[in-house]
Design a protein around this ligand. Structure first.
Ligand SMILES: NC(=O)c1ccc[n+]([C@@H]2O[C@H](COP(=O)([O-])OP(=O)(O)OC[C@H]3O[C@@H](n4cnc5c(N)ncnc54)[C@H](OP(=O)(O)O)[C@@H]3O)[C@@H](O)[C@H]2O)c1
Length: 243
């Protein structure tokens, strides 16, 4: 197992939910964190929490759908730390409109963040990691990359797409020492995964910190080993099937 100490990790959506938990777990392991998201105040908050616990963190206001923002994020990281060891492609949004009434703008917003944003970040990370001959890109997928919920056409398409993006990047990157993988969370407590039917909700929910343990494992496997895919579920989630 490899150590996180001194490794430079960029976490998109690192100011909330799953990204925040992964960032904090990596910082605890000794990594230097670069947190990327749009809301500056929440970025400052998480940066402060990590620093208060003795860790190393820097927030960079970034909209992952904007190419110039993503390029600037990687430039700033290289100026500050001179390398990028791990990218957690975590920023994501969902839409809940009915399928037959789905506005094009909703489709576009979800695809832009969940798929195009991940592509832009992965491309920039790959350039740097290829030169380093080392690095890991971990995309945060979803159980929706396997089985959809109702009224989730853009989200489901984006997460199936992210699985394709993962496999294609993994293939192109491996000869350069760069490992690409996907971590699919089941229902997880966060603003996106908030309980919408408390009481009537039998699904169960994990803490983001539980999932972060798997993200730590994926990033600390020996360099020659890639956990290409991990599907992590709360025990009572009905995903497994009938009965
Ligand atoms: N929670 C679950 O049950 C669950 C299950 C399966 C998969 N996931 C996946 O886990 C990931 C994290 O979700 P979460 O549950 O932690 O939700 P969350 O708490 O709502 O976090 C979403 C994060 O994405 C960031 N973000 C959104 N649009 C962005 C943009 N254009 N540019 C940069 N950052 C952006 C947000 O920050 P700003 O708003 O400040 O930009 C926020 O940090 C997502 O990819 C989601 O699909 C979650």
């Amino acid at each position: 197992m490899e150590s996180l100490t001194g490794r430079v990790a960029i976490v998109t959506g690192g100011n909330s939910g799953i990204g925040r938990a992964i960032a904090k777990a990596y910082a605890k392991g000794g990594a230097k964190l670069v947190l990327a998201a749009r809301r500056a105040e929440q970025l400052k908050e998480v940066e402060g929490e990590i620093k208060a616990a003795g860790g190393n963190a820097m927030g960079v206001v970034t909209d992952v759908t904007k190419e110039a923002d993503v390029v600037a994020l990687f430039d700033k990281t290289m100026k500050a730390h001179g390398r990028v060891d791990v990218l957690i492609n975590n920023a994501g949004v969902a839409s809940r409109e009915k399928t037959d009434e789905l506005p094009l703008a909703s489709w576009q917003r979800v695809i832009d963040v969940n798929l195009t944003g991940c592509f832009l970040c992965a491309r920039e990370a790959f350039k740097i990691m290829k030169a380093q001959k080392q690095g890991r890109i971990i995309n945060i997928g979803s159980v929706s990359a396997k089985v959809p919920r109702g009224n989730s056409v853009p989200y489901t398409a984006s997460k199936f797409g992210l699985e394709g993006l993962t496999r294609a990047f993994a293939l192109d990157a491996r000869e350069h020492g760069v490992l690409v993988s996907i971590l699919h969370p089941g229902n997880t407590v966060s603003s996106l995964g908030r309980p919408t039917q408390i009481g009537a909700n039998p699904e169960g929910r994990m803490e983001a910190e539980d999932l972060a343990q798997v993200a730590v494992l994926m990033a600390t496997l020996p360099h020659e080993v890639n956990m290409l895919e991990a599907l992590v579920l709360p025990r009572t989630m009905p995903f497994l099937g009938r009965g």
